[in-house]
Design a protein around this ligand. Structure first.
Ligand code: NAD
Length: 287
């Protein structure tokens, strides 16, 4: 079997276009503020891409740049201002933060209704509770993007055996919750798990988010599985690879995401989707 490629770039472009269409019909522009402390070059590219995508989709987006030596109180005060600013619907504080700032304290300071990264404990808690309809959660962007890709790939989710490799707060854990909410039977594997290969081989849906270049080999993949590779790893020679050995896995999977061009582009598109959802919920407008 040679897997079909799940084209995240194309799916993300379609999602951004549909968001732009919805925004064009609103009486306001959803407002997104990205706060960046210091100038880590890797996150710089990411922040510029966010700004470009947001502007192209008709959002009112701006990046607020603070110096690398900013203290926690100053950042929390800025977040408090954005919380009360009526034109701001979504706040994203770019992580990681410099060591003098406690990440948890800043995330907890964000109004959960504007927490478009979905990292606030209230949103994480609502997601873990199954996000009751009267209290929907803002969901972390990368796992939300994975769910879009699974649906695009035509994966049958109810009852499917899903394996998530990695248990981080930003990917693995919310991924578990979203797959569970979609009625999958989910196993989460991590750095202390045993028999990774055998566990992965049983998966009908495999989501890898470990940050270890090509950890998942071809013979870890069950015949006909749908494989979503969240990992982005730069090899010493400069090439980007995922957590899955792509060429090997492609021989066994039914569908697989490439790196780059798979999950990566979905993250920004889902950030815009979250910002629109937050704007509609907060302003009481109909989509
Ligand atoms: P993390 O380092 O916070 O978590 C990694 C997880 O993998 C941990 O739970 C750990 O237990 C597990 N792990 C580590 N080594 C392992 C091993 N040998 N066997 C089994 N489990 C192991 O990483 P993260 O933030 O979740 O990111 C994971 C990967 O996804 C990274 O490559 C990151 O760059 C990428 N990522 C991509 C996007 C995107 O937009 N596409 C977004 C976030 C993260």
């Amino acid at each position: 079997m040679t897997a079909s490629i799940i084209d995240g770039k194309a799916v993300a472009a379609r999602l951004r276009a549909s968001l732009a269409e919805r925004v064009a019909h609103l009486p306001f522009r959803p407002g997104l503020r990205v706060v960046r402390v210091g100038d880590d070059p890797a996150s710089g590219v990411y922040v510029r891409n966010k700004d470009r995508a947001a502007a192209a989709a008709g959002f009112d987006s701006a990046t607020l740049q603070l110096p690398a030596d900013t203290d926690e109180d100053t950042l929390v005060d800025l977040v408090a201002e954005l919380n009360t600013d009526p034109v701001v619907d979504g706040i994203l504080v770019q992580l990681p933060l410099p060591p003098q700032i406690r990440q948890d304290a800043v995330i907890a300071a964000i109004d959960p209704a504007k927490d478009v990264d979905g990292f606030h404990p209230l949103n994480a808690g609502r997601l873990a509770m199954g996000a009751p309809l009267h209290r929907p959660a803002l969901v972390p962007c990368t796992p939300k993007g994975v769910m879009h890709l699974l649906r695009e790939a035509g994966a049958r989710l109810p009852g499917a055996r899903a394996v998530v490799l990695g248990r981080s707060q930003i990917v693995g854990r919310p991924m578990l919750q979203l797959l569970l909410a979609a009625d999958c039977s989910v196993t989460v594997l991590h750095s202390r798990s045993r028999d990774l290969a055998a566990e992965c081989r049983r998966a009908e849906i495999l989501v890898a988010a470990v940050g270890r270049p090509e950890l998942v080999r071809g013979d870890w993949i069950g015949e006909g599985a749908v494989v979503i590779d969240v990992g982005i790893n730069r090899l010493p020679e400069g090439r980007l690879v995922g957590d899955v050995a792509f060429a090997e896995a492609r021989e066994r999977a039914a569908a697989i995401t490439p790196v780059p061009g798979g999950v990566g582009p979905m993250t920004i598109a889902c950030l815009l989707e979250n910002t629109l959802e937050a704007a509609l919920a907060r302003r009481g407008a109909a989509g």
